[in-house]
Design a binder for this molecule. Sequence first.
Ligand code: GLV
Ligand code: MN
Ligand code: MN
Length: 411
Amino acid sequence: MVGMDRLTADLHALCEFGRNEAGGWTRPAYSQVDQDAHLWLASRMEQAGLATRFDGAGNLIGRLEAQPGGTQDGALVIGSHIDTVPRGGWLDGALGVLAGLEVARRLLESRAKRTRPFEVIAFRDEEGRFGPFTGSRAMTGKLDLTLLPTMRDVDGLYLSQALTGSSLSTTTFATAAIPVGAISAYLELHIEQGPVLEAAGKRIGVVSAIVGQARFSLQFQGRPDHAGTTPMNLRRDAFAAAADFASHWRKMIMAEGKGVAVGTVGVVRVEPNAGNVVPSKVTLGAELRDIDDLRLNRLTELTGDLARHSAQDLGVEVSLRVTHRTQPALMNGSFQAAILDCAIRRAYASMTLPSGAGHDAQNFADLVPAAMIFVPSIGGRSHCPEEATDAADLDAGLNILLDVAAGYLST
Ligand code: GLV
Ligand code: MN
Ligand code: MN
């Protein structure tokens, strides 16, 4: 087996971890199945000739040293993740990590010049079970370590509980931060996860920037009452307020977001969650994304205004907490030019586009030159079992990743 066949075989082998009978894959970060998948990946890396290690956040690093005469610092990193959202697809993250592994194999087989180290990294918890990009933020020193004991998943399980029985604990995360200079550049191949490349008939996407995000937890506090005896005008219905907010919020984003900003209420928790009790408390998990940071600030302000307005109208209290905020991350211009150039040389139709999804790459963008290559998602589908990409497009993405990585390592 060579090249694309090996990548396809690895992608299919990874599919054996966390496959859902009802469709899709569920590999929650720091779960047993996530750990099993990482151990399998470590053995694939070692078979390929990489030296492997897990850092204090559980990130898996496979490393090739530079050839004799090269430098020991300033590794080129190809990274992504192998955790998934619940019932997610088989390519989100997995493609980037396993393509990085295939690049390592090809570099070794072709005896390509390597003037510096090369690392393939599978970052833990990119999907944010315990918080967005837990692994890559720990590695880049962007994770607030004091928050680790308080980090919980959507079911209330603490990170420390998920780590029980593993060699990791919330105190090991501090050791994951890498020293300045350990990495010199970062590349990530990913599926687009949206419809733009397919609609434009392009095979390769060059990412210009990754959106910034604001995530919120909103709590609407009303009063529990009998659902049959309490007149409509005397209720303090927390769900009615939350629903009113969600509906106005969506319209506000469509009006103010200039067709670019997006907002999602993805988590709804109703208490006491009983059919015959007026809901007393509703917690919403919501997020806003935009490539324009100033507009993201403005939309965040309007979010608070709307929540207070809905709460007041329905006679309930509301509190809003910003749980996570990232700035838009610009991708490196020289790498973007190199990706475009490689696509032209291989006669792949390409275009430049921003990323609406978050990626581990954004945590490296202010530290080292960082870049992303996208390949099309069929029907624009992702974060769902139907996620797919044409084999020819996967092959094109792998080739460009290899070209850019080999070019960088040779100089
Ligand atoms: C990651 O998949 C994200 O964009 O939320
Ligand atoms: Mn991803
Ligand atoms: Mn994802």
